[in-house]
Design a protein. Structure first.
Length: 230
């Protein structure tokens, strides 16, 4: 398995991250030695916050039922007695938008969350939270690596960015108000989602891009000083 601890260190150092990148994996069964999440959370993206705090664990479908939209994007069926909540929850999203919302292709038996460096399995998606001026380097790294998505910026609901990245490649999300409340994401932060199979490559390319940006910043400062008249 990839040395994800080194990959996380590379990303954190290059981007100056204040939050740990989170590995998310959709699996039919729980891996050995990984604890099951106990307790309740209001949304699937709430588990991102728990993982950023340093915990590795897995959830079962019922753990996601408090968020009808998140259950939809994760291809998790709500129980019959709660199925009506999906329509109520989708009041935030117009019904005509629903067919275009990305979903995980197969219903997962479990969803595994962990800080990237502690991931017990190869992740399907790695999510990185940070300030635009830093995480833009991941977008540039993805372009350099030829794995950027054709629709590189998504809005609400935030959770659809996970299956979208699985299907299309590296992309950013501006997040939604629910996610920002549940994860404590700041108004000055957004997400970049990276397919797990590409995270080591993107981290390496980000170092190259960061070095190039340092040189370009000095170049553009000199040009501004020389050419700007106001």
């Amino acid at each position: 398995m990839t040395d994800y601890r080194s990959v996380e260190q590379q990303l954190s150092t290059t981007l100056g991250l204040q939050r740990r990148p989170v590995a998310v994996a959709f699996r039919p069964t729980a891996p050995a030695g990984v604890p099951r999440f106990t307790g309740t959370e209001p949304s699937g993206c709430s588990f991102w916050r728990v993982a950023m705090g340093g915990r590795a664990f897995y959830t079962v479908p019922a753990d996601h039922h408090n968020c009808p939209i998140g259950s939809y994007t994760h291809n998790i069926a709500l129980p019959p007695e709660r199925a009506h909540e999906l329509m109520a929850g989708l009041g935030y999203v117009r019904m005509e938008e629903v067919p275009g919302i990305p979903r995980v292709p197969e219903p997962p038996g479990v969803v595994i969350y962990a800080p990237l460096g502690d991931s017990p399995v190869d992740p399907d998606v790695v999510l990185v939270a940070g300030r635009p001026g830093r995480v833009m380097l991941l977008q540039e790294a993805a372009l350099r690596a030829g794995i950027g998505a054709q629709t590189p910026l998504l809005g609400r609901p935030t959770c659809m960015a996970l299956p979208a990245a699985l299907a299309q490649g590296v992309m950013a999300s501006t997040a939604c108000i629910g996610n920002r409340v549940y994860t404590d994401l700041g108004d000055d932060e957004l997400y970049v989602m990276i397919p797990g199979k590409d995270v080591a490559r993107v981290a390496a390319e980000a170092q190259t891009i960061a070095s190039a940006n340092l040189k370009l910043a000095e170049y553009h400062r000199e040009r501004r000083q020389a050419l700007a008249t106001s």
